[in-house]
Ligand binder design. Structure first.
Ligand SMILES: [Zn+2]
Length: 319
């Protein structure tokens, strides 16, 4: 089944078809003694996860842990619904995210503000998770899921304050959610690796993001499992590109604010988006990616949201 990819002997990637897009948002299944799912995507994605479990001959009743890297809806929005299908599981979340999973009203309001009318199609339903089903993991806390596998959680803010990353000692890999950016699967068939930071509102913080990159780099991992999308073993390129692109993103914002201090947030957003898109286009031009390539559609959407987060960060920094 093309929605399921085996990454190594015990980790599988399910295409969760977030936003109705292929290879956009993934869920991971770790086949250990205690079956563990990392990331649920939004509720409309849950049927893909259940289908993946079926192909793997895993009974949903046997799922023990559902881990969400952070509580943005494209990573955790479906956790409540998935839990209804996996009644014996516990949901593992960052300490700053737990209360929002139990009481998702602020999460819903936040997403409605960003996604407007498309909210219902993209995210409904968002089901609260009973508090007794939640497990919170602080920085460097562990979770044993098999006789030889104890996962380690690392607090990794920058994209969001409620974000941790999960280290898997068996594959020497780490699940990074959105902390160290997006791996653009659209370019994989062209043998081009593009990793861009995701700086969406409203907790983006560039210095924290760089600190998190350093923290993850120091682990000496050999695989990175991205929220969007898939696994990269070219870890040095990931770290290199992240530290290359992040200042370009932030400088685009600083320049817009410097040149036109009285511009409105949406004017700044458009200037910032165009400026980043120009840089990324030049990067892709050099690699002979035609400007009609499908990558540009998704880049348009992503950089719009990224630019919003940069405006938000710079406005807060001014105060
Ligand atoms: Zn996110």
């Amino acid at each position: 089944m093309s929605n399921l990819t085996q990454l190594n002997d015990r980790i599988f990637l399910i295409d969760a078809h977030d936003l109705g897009r292929k290879a956009r948002t993934g869920s991971y299944i770790i086949k250990e003694n205690k079956i563990t799912i990392v990331e649920t995507s939004a509720s409309p994605s849950i049927s893909y996860i259940l289908e993946g479990l079926k192909v793997l001959k895993i009974d949903p009743n046997d799922v023990e842990y559902i881990i969400v890297t952070h509580i943005h809806l494209d990573h955790a929005g479906g956790a409540g619904l998935l839990l209804e299908h996996c009644p014996n599981a516990k949901v593992v979340v960052h300490p700053k995210g737990a209360r929002h999973l139990a009481e998702p009203s602020r999460l819903i309001a936040g997403a409605r503000a960003v996604y407007g009318k498309s909210f219902d199609t993209l995210f409904n339903p968002i089901i609260p998770i009973p508090e007794e089903k939640l497990i919170v993991k602080e920085d460097e806390e562990e979770l044993e899921i098999g006789p030889n596998c104890t996962l380690v959680f690392f607090d990794t803010p920058g994209h969001a304050n409620h974000h941790f990353s999960i280290y898997d000692p068996v594959s020497n890999g780490i699940f990074t959610g959105d902390t160290i950016g997006i791996y653009y699967h659209e370019l994989v068939k062209d043998h081009i690796e593009l990793y861009l930071p995701t700086t969406s509102p409203n907790q983006f913080h560039p210095e924290k993001m760089l600190e998190s990159v350093k923290k993850i780099k120091a682990l000496g991992v050999s695989a990175i499992y991205f929220g969007h999308y898939g696994m990269s073993t070219n870890v040095n390129d990931v770290f290199h590109q992240l530290t290359f692109w992040l200042p370009i993103f932030v400088d685009a914002g600083k320049q817009s604010f410097g040149k036109n201090p009285t511009a409105s947030p949406s004017e700044h957003k458009n200037v910032i988006k165009d400026s980043i898109l120009k840089e990324v286009t030049s990067f892709l031009d050099k690699r002979n990616v035609p400007r009609t390539h499908e990558i540009y559609e998704i880049l348009g959407l992503d950089l719009d949201i990224c630019a919003m987060g940069i405006v938000d960060f710079l406005q807060k920094a001014k105060k």
